[in-house]
Design a protein around this ligand. Structure first.
Ligand code: ADP
Ligand code: MG
Length: 602
């Protein structure tokens, strides 16, 4: 069964932006929706609260005005009652004298204080004089205010519907002189005046609706004629408008709206492009009967427009903020996604490279094995061919013992070559036995150079450059000495002009792993290597010498690797070579009491 390739094992990169932006946008839309709903609710609450506060204010102000105007009327009456001439005229039932005495005062009260009625009535409630309608007199006054005032013998005031179909604030007060009642004074003002004053103070319109059971059609018509108004009796089934501060009633104010208002609710209607908020205050007459309702009309068009604009601007600002937040997130996520994709691609590439590297390694191993087998075969083949040829020669010349002995000597020498080669191979395989201990590198170099001296024929000068401080390293001294020896032999083989070989020990960092260590290098000024040769020098049995084994540098590399180090090669054809064994610092130690051996020549 075929294994899935590493490329297939990698998941597709996730779409980070798509995963985050959509839910974030949804959350923002939800928050904005809740925000807008909350604002709308708050606005509706504020408006409702405002209208109910205003309605309560209208109710209070209306009652206060009634009381204030009643007090003014009482003061006016008391002033009248102190006037002897008027008292005499009243007692004498002298209408002409009354008219003469009081006409100017009434005119002034009417013009300046909107007083519309002034009555002088007998103790038996028969009217003596009406200043607002002097032609009418002699009728019995049976209105509630008058009767209550007579019964209580005190000033009585309140709203009352009159025969003329108007709603009037009336004040009736008994006139007592020398301990007896000489008659009653009545003074009144129309509700129109009261509501227009409230309108000015509170900026609301008002409509006085009276229950049709309290006023007859005829009465109402009289009132409309008096106020020079043309109302519609049939507009509402149960109520009729008696006074109002608006020119015409809103068309949308219908029966249903009215019923809801009377039930204590507030209503919002549209009239000619304007928004009106309505509520009601019950109207009670002097005997506390509910005679109708005062409809409070508040124009909230401006308020609504302002609110709409504030909603629009708040929404626009929050939209902008949301878009900004989304934008910032988008950019950030874009970067994250970009990095993520790059990392993903790198991971992908790495896996591919790993797979390829594995294959190449396999190929290289096979080709190294091929080279190795070829070299071994070659190395063994030459002496063996010699052995066979010499043996054949010996067979032929068996009669000549001297010649045969010579040939047998050659055969032994070829056999010894083979044994030497096999011995080298066995040495190579022994390198993997590894025993480390703290070692002075200076001493190690010195021993190796002495050994090299004994084996090397050309007596090339060897120069050693050591650091000031003696260096101790925990290494396998036999292996490192062997490696250094190999390097010295190679350098000597490459040197043809008798120039010196230089051994250097210096601190050096491994830039790829970031660890410090020491570099033990052998420099020569010999023939150097071509790039093609350099590529193969670590392949076992690769050699350019006819008598070489091709195992020197592979052993050096193996020793370096056993110490967690590496071999660095620098070479230029015709100029020389530098081959350095780099060993990590962790295996080094310093002993200051040993005196430095800075430089030595052998
Ligand atoms: N210092 C050097 N200068 C030039 N060539 C070198 C040097 N060291 C090694 N070489 C090349 O590397 C080859 C492999 O070296 P090595 O593994 O020691 O095997 P051998 O010495 O038996 O040939 C040598 O044959 C030679 O061509
Ligand atoms: Mg060698």
């Amino acid at each position: 069964m075929a294994q899935p390739s590493p490329a297939h094992q990698i998941r597709k990169p996730r779409r980070v932006k798509a995963r985050f932006i959509a839910p974030l946008a949804l959350v923002l839309i939800f928050i904005m929706g809740v925000f807008a709903a909350a604002i709308l609710k708050v606005e509706a609450d504020i408006r409702d609260q405002d209208i109910s506060e205003r309605t309560a204010a209208v109710g209070n102000l209306f009652v206060q005005k009634l009381d204030k105007d009643a007090n003014l009327m009482i003061a006016t009456m008391r002033a009248l009652m102190t006037n002897r001439a008027i008292e005499h005229a009243f007692l004498d039932r002298d209408r002409i004298a009354l008219s003469r005495q009081l006409d100017p005062l009434f005119a002034s009260l009417r013009d300046k204080h909107q007083i519309t009625h002034l009555y002088f009535t007998d103790p038996d409630l028969v009217n003596l004089y009406r200043f607002h309608s002097p032609g009418e007199f002699g009728d019995k006054i049976d209105r509630l205010t008058t009767i209550k005032s007579r019964d209580q013998q005190d000033a009585v005031h309140g709203l009352e519907l009159g025969a003329l179909g108007t709603l009037t604030l009336r004040l009736v007060m008994p006139w007592q002189s020398d301990g007896r009642v000489i008659g009653y004074l009545e003074i009144g003002e129309e509700i129109e005046h009261l509501i227009s004053e409230v309108q000015k103070s509170l900026s609301v319109d008002m409509l006085v609706l009276v229950d049709k059971r309290m006023v007859s059609l005829q009465q109402w018509r009289n009132g409309q004629a008096l106020m020079k108004r043309e109302g519609n009796w049939n507009r509402f089934s149960s109520h009729v408008a008696l006074a109002q501060t608006v020119d015409r009633l809103p068309a949308a104010l219908d029966e249903t709206t009215l019923r809801s208002l009377f039930d204590g609710h507030t209503e919002e209607i549209k009239d000619q492009g304007r928004s009106l908020h309505l509520s009601t205050v019950p109207l009670k007459d002097v005997s506390q009967r509910r005679i109708g309702d005062l409809v409070v009309i508040r124009d909230i068009t401006e308020l609504e427009t302002t609110f709409q604009w504030s909603i629009i601007s708040v929404t626009a600002i929050s939209l902008l903020a949301a878009v900004g937040v989304l934008g910032v997130f988008y950019l950030a996520l874009d970067r994250v996604e970009h990095d993520y994709r790059r990392q993903h691609d790198l991971e992908h590439q790495l896996l591919r490279y790993n797979a390829e590297y594995g294959r190449i390694l396999q190929l290289e191993k096979l080709s190294a094995l091929g080279t190795m087998v070829g070299s071994i075969a070659h190395q063994l083949n030459n002496p063996l061919v010699g052995v066979i040829n010499l043996a054949q020669l010996a067979e032929r010349g068996v009669d000549d013992p001297i010649r045969t002995r010579e040939l047998l000597g050659d055969i032994r020498s070829a056999g010894e070559d083979c044994r030497a080669f096999v011995k080298h191979m066995l040495e190579f395989s022994k390198v993997s036995c590894f025993e480390s201990k703290p070692t002075s590198i200076a001493e190690l170099i010195e021993d190796t150079v002495l050994l090299f001296r004994q084996t090397e024929d050309h007596h090339l000068p060897v120069e050693v450059k050591l650091p000031d401080k003696p260096v101790m390293m925990t290494i396998d001294p036999i292996l490192v000495r062997h490696a250094l020896f190999n390097l010295l032999v190679n350098a000597a083989q490459a040197t043809t002009d008798g120039s010196a070989i230089v051994i250097t020990l210096e601190p050096e960092d491994d830039p790829t792993r970031g660890i410090s260590g020491w570099s033990l290098a052998v420099n020569d000024h010999g023939r150097g290597m071509t790039p093609e040769v350099m590529e193969k020098i670590f392949v076992p049995f690769y050699t350019t010498h006819s008598d070489g084994t091709g195992l020197g540098l592979p052993v050096v590399q193996h020793v370096a690797l056993l110490h967690d180090g590496q071999v660095n090669v620098d070479s230029q054809p015709g100029h020389g070579t530098r081959i350095a064994i780099w060993l990590p610092e962790s295996s080094s130690d310093s002993t200051p009491d040993v005196q430095p051996d800075v430089s030595k020549n052998y």
